[in-house]
Design a binder for this molecule. Structure first.
Ligand code: 5GP
Ligand code: ZN
Length: 160
């Protein structure tokens, strides 16, 4: 199940070269059951084209994948009978990403299921308002940066 350098298990799945249980597909995306679900009904929404992470994803494709996730969520809730749902994207090793092919987790949740993505983070301090304001201002500045780009599908290399 792990990832070997230069090999992408989700590209294998998209190509039909690996076993998978598909619950949705269209020309740009595919959604399938996570092989190690947190709870029954844990689904991954995946782009057919290989992009490593959220930061590499073209905006139009990201929008489409989140639309697919929104379409699937009520069906997953119905089938799983879940009380709640986590929609999770882990982007980069520091954020816990294991498979470097962008995906959205749809995780049906039950009280007491033991999975923990609890926020606010109990170990985090509450910063002074000036610190929050300053960080917000820096983000606003970065959004205005004319060199800011997102890759288009043609710019991003697919895994062979
Ligand atoms: P990440 O930590 O990258 O957000 O999560 C990767 C997810 O992919 C994990 O929940 C893991 O169980 C799932 N996964 C890894 N390999 C396979 C596979 O071969 N097939 C399926 N269906 N899911 C996989
Ligand atoms: Zn891939």
């Amino acid at each position: 199940m792990g990832t070997q350098p230069g090999h992408c298990i989700f590209c294998d799945i998209v190509k039909g070269a690996a076993e998978v249980s598909v619950c949705y597909e269209d020309t740009e995306s595919i959604a399938f059951m996570d092989i190690q679900p947190v709870n029954a009904g844990h689904v991954l929404v995946v782009s057919r084209q290989h992009f490593e992470s959220f930061l590499d994803l073209p905006k139009s494709l990201g929008t489409h994948l989140f639309e697919v996730a929104m379409e699937l969520a009520p069906a997953i809730r119905k089938v799983s009978g879940a009380d709640g749902m986590n929609v999770i994207v882990s982007s980069g090793a520091a954020a816990g990403q294991d498979v470097y092919h962008f995906h959205i987790h749809l995780i049906p949740r039950r009280q007491g299921d033991g999975f923990d993505v609890r926020l606010p983070f109990a170990e985090a301090d509450v910063p002074d308002r000036t610190v929050l304001d300053m960080t917000a201002a820096r983000i606003i500045g970065a959004l205005r940066d004319p060199t800011r780009t997102r890759p288009t599908p043609r710019q991003s290399a697919a895994v062979p």
